[in-house]
Design a protein around this ligand. Structure first.
Ligand code: SF4
Ligand code: SF4
Ligand code: SF4
Ligand code: FES
Length: 619
């Protein structure tokens, strides 16, 4: 219901009960604030957002006020301005003057508010030495805390408690001695997910990302929003890259969560894989040649029949269509790693699958599979309620303090407020079919989470065409029954032991579409670049439904040759197909830092993975 309120003498029709600060910001009224954040519970601690409530003649933090009929406030009253200036002086009194070397400079709320609502002076003269607060070393390669800069707004602890529920931070001491400290040191091997959200919500430079430290300045970077392509959740994220000055090489400097605070380590610290070790133009026999040479070799390889086209579930729907066109024209076998898990599951599970919005309002959740919070971290941010878990493996899901339940007994806990979430990678072949069949009989929304970004889109594209089991394809290649292969991505390494893959490809003509210079790319006769997050336009089927993804990075990656391939493929009009299976029981240990072959190319994530392997994760 809308009610009439007055802000600075002007009438507004505003929703009754809405948070006043949120409303004022939504209609463009400028007001300083530190502790408020749209996605976090209101705290009301910084007092900067005060307004004068005219009918009561007193100043009150606007973030603690709810909109009611007839409310009259002033953001410009003398008492408001004086109080804000006094508070900012109090913050400045203890804050060091290290803006020139602080990573937050240029986007720091204290710096900006000081200039806008200041003065930027101290209440009492305090020397640089006296400013010093006790240092707190988080013993991290990734996160650094500057106690001197902290304005004690508790955004970081709240984001870590309420959004990702990692509960990795707490406040030690009170008043001027307050400090934010990790529950376990080093924080890199604690319950911290390295989601980076505490860095993002910190209004000052008190928590910074160490890999970004001293690397660039906020005003030397361009920020663009796109969709993260590292898992099937489909989060909106921001990429920041250098443009137009001596510093800006063709690289991504950092990432940020979008407005919804959806971000996890895979994108926050995994951005380095966008910069390093990339294949940016077609390569033939390890050399860069002109456009015609790879075409010639691919043309020759495509004539070596039978051929197999192995499609990656990390491709967009449009790339998948292109791959299928090539396969059909060349009468090739079609396969993908999802023949191991997602295809048997979804062929058996006949009901429509649930998406993130369908499950977010539930208050009871049954997790089936090993580690949902590691495969799709942001899904775990939407879980608010009681969690039951069918796997007794120690995992990041344990942050919910779940109750273990036998998979055969999940009927006992299901009611109308329950959602079921399946970590599909945990189930193979008949196990996956059996689970799908079992879930058909249960009245609750089921959200399957595959390992890969567009596995759901690939399933839709493959479900009505004859596809061959991926294990069988590898065996056929090994036995010489398949002479040439067009392989998109390196997903095979998530499902097969390295030796099995290399053994199979030893004697075949391999054309590989991959983003990275890799061991496999050394084996391929021709490599064609594959694009990653922020590098391509298209659509993907995510856990949020169909999403459009956009190219925002200006760095050129030459994949034009891909579009030429259907012309080389021939004039066939059907797919080859072979019945049967050659099963793999290889399953990699999935963690939040290493859930796919793509993430293995991030050095930052690999370092975290290795550190965490060495210790018991304290979840
Ligand atoms: S990085 Fe994420 S999980 Fe770690 S302390 Fe910060 S908010 Fe918490
Ligand atoms: S570290 Fe940043 S977000 Fe956390 S309390 Fe201090 S100023 Fe606020
Ligand atoms: S949850 Fe998935 S889509 Fe979202 S930021 Fe993390 S890796 Fe990217
Ligand atoms: S934003 Fe309102 S008290 Fe801090």
């Amino acid at each position: 219901m809308e009610v009439s309120i007055f802000i600075d003498g002007k009438e507004y029709k505003a929703p009754k009960g809405e948070n006043l600060l949120k409303y004022m910001l939504s209609v463009g009224i400028e007001i300083p604030y530190f502790c408020y954040h749209d996605r976090l519970p209101v705290l009301g601690s910084c007092r900067l957002c005060i307004v004068l409530v005219e009918n009561q003649n007193r100043v009150i933090p606007s973030c603690t006020l709810q909109i009611q009929e007839g409310l009259r406030v002033s953001t410009q009253a003398k008492a408001v301005k004086e109080n804000q200036a006094y508070l900012l002086q109090a913050y400045m009194t203890r804050h060091p003057l290290d803006c020139p070397i602080c990573d937050k400079a240029g986007e720091c709320d204290l710096q900006n508010y000081g200039a806008l609502y200041g003065p930027q002076t101290q209440i009492v003269p305090v020397s640089a030495l006296e400013k010093h607060r006790e240092e707190h070393d988080w013993q991290s390669d990734y996160l650094e805390y500057y106690s001197n800069r902290c304005v004690v707004c508790y955004r970081c602890t709240r984001v870590c408690d309420y959004i990702n529920k990692a509960k990795a931070l707490y406040v030690e001491e009170r008043g001027f001695d307050s400090n934010i400290v990790p529950t376990v040191r080093p924080i890199d091997t604690s319950s911290c997910d390295m989601c980076g959200m505490c860095v993002d919500v910190c209004p000052v430079g008190a928590i910074i990302s160490k890999p970004f430290k001293f690397w660039s300045r906020s005003w030397l970077l361009k920020n663009e929003e796109t969709v993260c392509l590292n898992c099937p959740t489909g989060c909106n994220v921001e990429l920041e890259f250098g443009v137009g000055d001596w510093r800006s090489k063709a690289q991504v400097y950092r990432t940020k969560p979008g407005k919804e605070l959806d971000s996890c380590a895979k994108v926050f610290f995994g951005y380095d894989m966008l910069n390093d070790n990339r294949i940016k133009e077609p390569i033939t026999n390890q050399n860069r040649f002109s456009f015609s040479e790879p075409i010639e070799i691919i043309n020759k390889n495509f004539k070596e029949k039978p051929m197999a086209v192995i499609i990656s579930p990390f491709m967009t729907n449009e790339e998948i269509s292109l791959a299928l066109e090539i396969a059909k024209k060349s009468s090739s076998y079609v396969s993908s790693v999802i023949s191991v898990d997602l295809i048997p599951f979804l062929k058996a599970y006949k009901k429509p699958i649930a998406h993130l919005d369908d499950i977010a309002s539930k208050n009871k959740f049954v997790f089936i599979g090993d580690d949902i919070s590691s495969v799709a971290p942001v899904v775990s941010y939407r879980i608010n309620g009681k969690v039951y878990k069918t796997s007794n493996k120690k995992s990041r899901d344990d942050k919910f303090k779940p109750t273990y339940i036998d998979i055969e007994k999940i009927h006992d806990v299901i009611d109308k407020d329950t959602a079921i979430i399946v970590d599909v990678y945990s189930f193979r072949y008949e196990e996956a079919s059996k689970l799908g069949n079992m879930l058909n009989k249960i009245e609750a929304p089921v959200m399957p989470i595959p390992l890969q970004t567009n596995a759901l889109g690939l399933y839709e594209a493959l479900k009505d065409i004859p596809t061959t089991d991926i294990g069988l394809i590898l065996e056929m290649i090994k036995q010489g029954e398949i002479k040439s292969v067009l392989l998109f991505g390196e997903d095979l390494f998530d499902y097969f032991d390295k030796d099995v893959v290399f053994d199979a490809f030893k004697n075949t003509k391999l054309t590989l579409v991959t983003p990275f210079k890799s061991e496999l790319s050394l084996l391929a006769e021709t490599c064609i670049p594959m694009k990653l997050t922020g590098e391509k336009d298209g659509t993907i089927h995510t856990l949020r439904g169909l999403k459009k993804v956009s190219k925002v990075l200006p760095f050129p990656i030459d994949d034009d040759i891909l579009k030429e391939l259907p012309k080389l493929a021939g004039i066939g009009n059907s797919f080859s197909y072979k019945e049967g299976m050659f099963k793999t029981d290889y399953k990699k240990e999935v963690s939040v830092y290493n859930s796919s072959w793509i993430l293995e190319h991030s050095k930052l994530l690999q370092n975290l993975e290795n550190k965490n392997k060495e210790v018991m994760i304290n979840v």
